[in-house]
Design a protein around this ligand. Sequence first.
Ligand code: SAM
Length: 332
Amino acid sequence: MPLTDKFGRAITDLRISITDRCNYKCVYCRTGNEGALYGDLPFEDYLRMTRVLVGMGVTKIRLTGGEPLLRKGVVEFVRDLGKLRVPNQNGGEPLDIALTTNGHLLADLAQPLKAAGLTRVTVSMDAVDPDRFARITRVPNGYDHVLAGIRAARRAGLWPLKVNCVLMRGFNEDQIIPFGMFAREEGVTVRFIEFMPLEEGRTWSPTTVVMLDEILARMAEYRPLVEIPHARSETARRYRFDDGVGEIGIIAPVSHPFCGHCSRIRITSDGKIRTCLFSVWDHDLHAQMLRGDSDKELADFICEVVQKKEERHHIGEPDFVPASRTMVHIGG
Ligand code: SAM
């Protein structure tokens, strides 16, 4: 019986933040004044939490942060995750293990991660121009590292390879067409993400968001797009160019929310469960472990927490209450 919330949504995807440290200070995410606030746990603790959740119906894991590649031992952790099996009648099948990274340290780690059992990687990259990239990330010379990381991931066979770009008006809305070209040239899927109010500096306003319709209209000036049918549970709307070369996606939580088929829960780097990015509280799974709960007791706790999963977010509505943590301290 899959883990299901009170709205009938099956919980199959787990995102684990393995650190809330980050080596980038992206303008839409961090102020640059705050560092890691919550710290992290030994990998054995994340492994136990994951094992319990896999026994309850989770089939996909995504490691995130902060910047997950800053964490020493990440390759060994992936190897341990790879030994977990999703229960089925044939004795179990491997988990889908993905990673979201800014790519800065990926060039050296792509091959070891693939060998350890990583299935897929998503690299965040918000400009295809080195100067613009530095202005957004507030780190000099990052662009070359990230490009090298993307290419190393492709060589290592971490496939499909996705590149996520958060568009923020005034910073990178002119990168839409260059990213279309990049998708075609590099053979990656570029996914544009609408900016959500989850930043440290509270700079979000509806006018800073570059929305789906605008992205499509701008890209169509470059080349016609054809929509690819997508599964209901997929967060991205997918499009290919008319000549079949290159794919883009748009994740539009602000203009086209997909809460109705959200299948995710998150574990923060300090071991708290969050049932929604926009939750105003979290649930202390690690405290349950520290007090000596058995796996069965942890599973009961998780079941109870999942029943509290929010129906939807309220971005842009008068009753919107900011989340109790910002994105870098949740794990995107
Ligand atoms: N450091 C890793 C990275 O850069 O991919 C993983 C963590 S980062 C928080 C995960 C994703 O969240 C990145 O793709 C980032 O661009 C995105 N993100 C951060 N703040 C966001 C916001 N306010 N709205 C939308 N996406 C955001």
